[in-house]
Design a protein around this ligand. Structure first.
Ligand code: SF4
Length: 455
């Protein structure tokens, strides 16, 4: 497996091998699915749309709907205006969504189609809404596309209509799983905090089989709630890369104060999320949450010998792996390598600060890098565990290192859409996964004399 990957890491400037990211529109498509009765629309050739739908379907094992402007060569030369105008009318006639959220591909971006002008010159049916975001795939990654679509929701929908702000908090959950969004809402409910969350893909991409196909499932943020978010008392943006832009847009447009925080993955980041919610809302800590936190601490102590001092290499999307790095340090593990394909000096700075504070002088952080480099660096400095998405499985097999699947996409296991990794409950699950992965590997490779019944 991966026999041609040699152990000596060399910087490359013009070649990417096994990227640790994908392109903007798929992130925008995922964000758009978090609006109730919304049909994502891809303005470009249909190949992008089918690829992005397929990837989301493989990850969620649920149908993912989206339409496309289906560019042909003519549109590439003369622009995609008539494709989009006709496409929108067809989409409303045939599929009857309440909202269409348009993203662009590298093709329409290179041509320079003016999406705003095209939408304004289209007779959108009464009571229907069209929003749009520019998502050039040659900038950033799928996380940038997610962020751009979240920002567009604010730009096109949020309104500041009341003199006095309400007691509702707007939560931008970031590029996380529907199970994570559900867990954040459960935590807010337990604390009695009023909130609006968008996008919200829970009950959209992890739906039950009822025997009847619902093109627009019951989940997703309601348009009226997104509008009303302009009147909220504050916003909490979870994950700088995926949520910050929307929160700043809400501040600019509707004077809603933003608080940019880490994804609540691990004990420290969850504590910060809970404390911020309580501080904003003046509520009291829920007894149930306190109990869950105590259970987490108990397990951390009970099984710390499974993971303490173990070396781990982490890759994936910046917001997830920033919080994950903090958590593994709290567990006493040693993150020797943290890598994302998404560009961003802010990411490198934040992780480096964590390394410095933990005295991890030999650990490495890299943004805008690929899995070929990740593999080479692991060969140079072997680790006990890899944390990342499905694309890490080849390296895990080649080097015989256990892999804990976290992030997007996970194409070869289930659970991510149904069980959270955020909050105290999520942290418990991460520990279970890490501990099991290390012990399964140990049981498989240890000598007979060391094969223990009780661990
Ligand atoms: S890189 Fe461009 S052509 Fe390829 S899928 Fe993304 S938007 Fe489409």
């Amino acid at each position: 497996m991966l026999d041609y990957t040699k152990g000596e890491y060399k910087e490359r400037s013009g070649l990417k091998v096994n990227p640790a990211k994908t392109c903007q529109p798929v992130g925008a498509m995922y964000a758009a699915l978090g609006i109730h009765r919304c049909l994502p629309h891809s303005h470009g050739s249909q190949g992008c749309c089918s690829y992005h739908r397929m990837h989301l379907t493989r990850h969620y094992r649920d149908p993912i709907v989206a339409s496309t402007s289906s560019f042909t060569e003519g549109a590439c030369v003369f622009g995609g205006k008539s494709n989009l105008k006709n496409g929108l009318l067809n989409v409303f006639n045939i599929y009857n969504p309440d909202v269409v959220a348009i993203n662009t591909t590298c093709l329409s971006e290179t041509i320079g189609d003016d999406i705003g002008e095209i939408v304004r010159s289209t007779n959108v049916p009464e009571g229907k809404t069209v929003i749009y975001a520019n998502t050039p795939s040659y900038q950033g990654s799928h996380v940038t596309g997610f962020s751009n679509m979240c920002k567009a929701m604010v730009t096109h929908l949020a309104e500041n209509t009341e003199e006095k702000k309400s007691d509702t908090v707007t939560i931008f959950p970031g590029y996380v799983e529907p199970s994570d969004m559900m867990e954040m809402k459960r935590m807010a409910d337990l604390m009695g905090i009023k909130y609006t969350m968008y996008p919200d893909t829970s009950k959209v991409v992890a739906t039950p089989n009822t025997g009847k196909y619902e093109m627009y499932p019951e989940g997703g943020a309601k348009i009226e709630d997104i509008k009303e978010s302009g009147n909220s008392m504050a916003s909490i943006a979870l994950g700088k890369f995926s949520s910050e832009a929307a929160a700043y847009e809400l501040e600019k447009k509707c004077e809603v104060e933003p608080f940019i925080m880490k994804e609540p993955i691990g004990i420290k980041a969850t504590d910060e999320f809970v404390m911020k919610m309580l501080e904003l809302n003046g509520g009291t800590m829920s007894k149930d949450l306190e109990y869950e936190r105590g259970q987490l601490v108990d397990i951390m102590v009970d099984v710390h010998n499974h993971y303490h001092g173990k070396k781990v290499a982490i890759f994936g999307d910046p917001d997830i792996i920033t919080a994950m790095t903090e958590f593994v340090i709290d567990l006493g593990m040693i993150p020797t390598l943290v890598l994302t394909g998404t560009p961003g000096k802010a990411f490198e700075k934040e992780i480096q600060k964590m390394f410095d504070e933990a005295g991890l002088a030999d650990s490495k952080v890299m943004a805008s890098e690929d899995l070929f480099s990740f593999h080479q660096l692991i060969k140079e400095n072997p680790v006990d565990l890899i944390i990342g998405n499905t694309y890490g499985k080849h390296i895990a097999r080649a080097e015989d290192i256990p892999l804990v699947r976290v992030g997007w996409p996970i194409l070869d296991r289930i659970g991510h859409g149904y069980f959270p990794i955020v909050g105290y409950k999520g942290a418990l699950r991460i520990i279970e996964k890490i501990s099991n992965a290390l012990l399964d590997h140990y049981d498989r490779t240890c000598s007979d004399e060391d094969f223990e019944l009780v661990q």
